[in-house]
Write a protein that binds this ligand. Structure first.
Ligand code: CA
Length: 224
């Protein structure tokens, strides 16, 4: 998933970022609610990890404003206060879930995974296209009976394609989904990754499963 972390406390922010990257997510980090609102506008995020106590507008207000604009984005609130009123305020403001500080990192990861599963397109945990199966939860992928070893970026590109069969995904969409904000000038990089994925998946019929749409991007064949 591509996750935006909104946390003004530098040490916790750095910890969250590092931990989530280790879990295979792409992570951007901002330190205020105003920045969060701006970044959500330009980035294609799959989830938001949002601290309540922020300089400027707080996490509740960020939630409310986001819900007015983008209903879909899953939001996990981090709160240091265990007051019932706060929890109610959090859920009322449109957050999907909240976590009390201090929290175990494993719990954060589990909650995020649950939120990531929530949209209709992600209900099926196992993604299937032709003879390729991909399990986002365990980050494993098989062709037929053979398990494949895909590096993180290749895995995430394939997962993104498999979540949107038949749909043309531009290189920009792929880049925004798989890389952090400061992705390289990625056109070539993406093509190289796609080539690698094809080499592993499409053999012996290259280009059948992952199709190139000239001048546009890539598309996963909806049927083979
Ligand atoms: Ca804070």
């Amino acid at each position: 998933m591509r996750i935006l972390v909104v946390e003004d406390e530098p040490r916790l922010a750095a910890l969250l970022r590092r931990g989530l990257i280790e879990e295979g997510h792409a992570v951007d980090l901002v330190g205020s609610g105003e920045e969060a609102l701006e970044w959500v506008d330009v980035g294609e995020y799959d989830a938001l990890v949002l601290d309540v106590m922020l300089p400027g507008i707080d996490g509740f207000e960020v939630c409310r404003r986001l819900r007015r604009r983008r209903a879909q984005l899953p939001i996990l609130l981090l709160t240091a206060r265990d007051a019932v009123a706060d929890r109610v305020a959090g859920l009322d403001s449109g957050a999907d879930d909240y976590l009390l500080k201090p929290f175990a990192f494993a719990e954060l990861v589990a909650r995020l995974r649950a939120l990531g599963r929530r949209p209709p397109e992600t209900v099926d945990t196992l993604l299937i296209a032709a003879d390729v199966r991909l399990d986002p939860a365990t980050r494993r992928v098989w062709k037929g009976e053979t398990e494949l070893q895909l590096p993180n970026k290749e895995f995430r590109i394939l997962e993104y394609l498999m979540r949107h069969p038949g749909r043309v995904l531009t290189r920009t969409m792929i880049a925004e989904h798989v890389w952090d904000y400061d992705f390289p000038n990625v056109t070539n990089v993406i093509d190289v990754h796609i080539r690698q994925i094809r080499r592993k998946l499409d053999d012996p019929y290259p280009g059948v499963l992952i199709q190139t749409v000239r001048g546009a991007g890539y598309r996963l064949a909806s049927r083979r």
